[in-house]
Design a protein around this ligand. Sequence first.
Ligand code: BDR
Ligand code: CA
Length: 313
Amino acid sequence: LHRIILDCDPGQDDALAILLALASREEIEVLAITTVAGNVPLPLTSRNARQIVELAGRSDVPVHAGCVRPILRPLETAEYVHGKTGLDGAELPEPRLPLTSGHAVDVIVETLLREPAGTVTLCPTGPLTNIALAMIKEPAIVPRIRQIVLMGGAIELGNTTPAAEFNIYVDPHAAAVVFESGAPIVMHGLDVTHKALVTDERLARIGAIGTPVAKACVGLLGFFNRYDRDRYHIPGAPLHDPCVIAWLIRPELFSGKRCRVEIETEGRHTIGRTVVDWWHRIDQPERPANALVVNDIDADGFFDLLTERLARL
Ligand code: BDR
Ligand code: CA
């Protein structure tokens, strides 16, 4: 059983990650959902997370709001992908569930100190601001983290600048703290997520489930598909964030390699780049491999899993 804190910025693909986690009770226990500013500002990511928890009928899962902006840089959002609410495409009622008290950073710290060491996994699917600040606030949490399974970065090209992926670009300083922390990291970057495309056929299979949850997913993903299809001339948007959750449930659907990953925080053209030492060119004991960099997926197996799990909600 993976006991997780899902730290997110919903976002349609974050919403699907939440649903996949909540639908997978045999494999995953969601201890808390924490929100961060990213795709849209914090008040919206915090609202959206609660709408999705309620859609799943899981108002027992606490949602805690976190940081309103990155550590150093001004917040850059992505309404051009996700719409002005962050969850454009579905008509969801305003959440009845209030935010749970406690700042996300404190909840991450307290959970890791309270639970037995090595039992809690962090699943960030937005900028890494909350995770970095938790590590800075209480460094004793770092050796207690089982693993950090995150969506962010790329071996190859970026999607926000030519060099950088959105989550790392938005808060590269936070990403540097996390990647240098020594905690075990599994990185799902664009190399893998751009192989998990929401094609019409896959979307139709989700629609065929016919439940209110499935209908909402079809609306969300239909909207989410527009931007990436136009920009990249691909048959559907990359379903980034659910890769993190699917990896916990079915790691055999994925493959990758352990490498050194460093974060560019200064480059004029390359700020936010994840510099992945795929060919192990760095031979320095003080710069060991710090991440399992995932770069391939059985996309049909992934969508089979997602469709089967959504049908449970
Ligand atoms: C990442 O950025 C966001 O737009 C998505 O939710 C995903 O986490 C992809 O670059
Ligand atoms: Ca996200």
